[in-house]
Design a protein around this ligand. Structure first.
Ligand code: BG6
Ligand code: MG
Length: 220
């Protein structure tokens, strides 16, 4: 009998391919501020809060601004980002994630979404997956962002599953750290070199099944 009773999914880069829209909007801001920002820098922005992302971006550009200006820059990036995600469709759900959610629910596993994004409600409306989750915890509910464990702990509480029985699905290094800090096991989605602390790393969720999860974790 498996100890897995709950699964917590990150949103950006796990359920939907919004990481590319975050990147486009940050790159646009960097270019406007007069410096280049590429995919290698972008990895550090994944999973962390909007303001922390801006701090990292400005570090790359060697710039610093007072708090008020920082708020304006973050708001400007968010306007562009919202413009991009407002046009999203259910076609942008990443391959395998909907099928996995449906399989897990059929097996009686409790499901939560755990994202730092304040735009979670808009994205969930656009892709129509709200009913696939028992609880949705996002950046509007918990403002202490990953790698702090708070988002995942709130998600585990909301679905009534203790952390050791929760599995987190994450594409970001900060998210993997957050899951470990919460006392949970974690499936990394993406590059094993970046997500090296995850219990298991897969390139994507295509053909990922509950049985594969159980087998892979018990081998560790
Ligand atoms: C995370 C993304 O899910 O949400 C980060 O991985 C992003 O890149 C963070 O900065 C906050 O998102 P938002 O939509 O509130 O700016
Ligand atoms: Mg993510």
């Amino acid at each position: 009998m498996s100890s897995i009773k709950g699964c917590i999914f990150d949103l950006d880069g796990v359920v939907v391919d919004t990481a590319k829209y975050h990147y486009q909007a940050w790159k646009r801001l960097a270019n406007e501020l007069g410096f280049e920002f590429d995919e290698s820098h972008n990895e550090r922005l994944k999973g962390v809060s909007r303001m922390r992302s801006l701090e990292i971006l400005l570090e790359v550009g060697g710039l610093s601004f007072p708090q008020e200006k920082m708020e304006q820059l973050a708001a400007r990036k968010n306007e562009w980002y919202v413009e991009y995600i407002s046009r999203m469709t259910p076609n942008e759900i990443l391959p395998g994630s909907k099928e996995l959610l449906e399989e897990l629910r059929a097996k009686g596993i409790k499901l939560a979404l755990g994202s730092a994004s304040k735009n979670t409600p808009l994205i969930m409306d656009r892709i129509g997956l709200k009913d696939h989750f028992d609880a949705i915890i996002d950046g509007n509910i918990i403002s202490i962002a990953k790698p702090a464990p708070d988002i995942f702990l709130a998600a585990s509480k909301a679905i009534g599953v203790e952390p050791p029985c929760c599995i987190v699905f994450e594409d970001a290094e900060a998210g993997v750290e957050a899951a470990i800090n919460a006392g949970m096991r974690v499936v990394g989605i993406g590059n094993p070199q970046v997500l090296k602390r995850a219990n298991l790393v897969v390139p994507n969720l295509k053909n990922f099944t509950f049985q594969y999860l159980v087998n892979s974790l018990s081998e560790k």
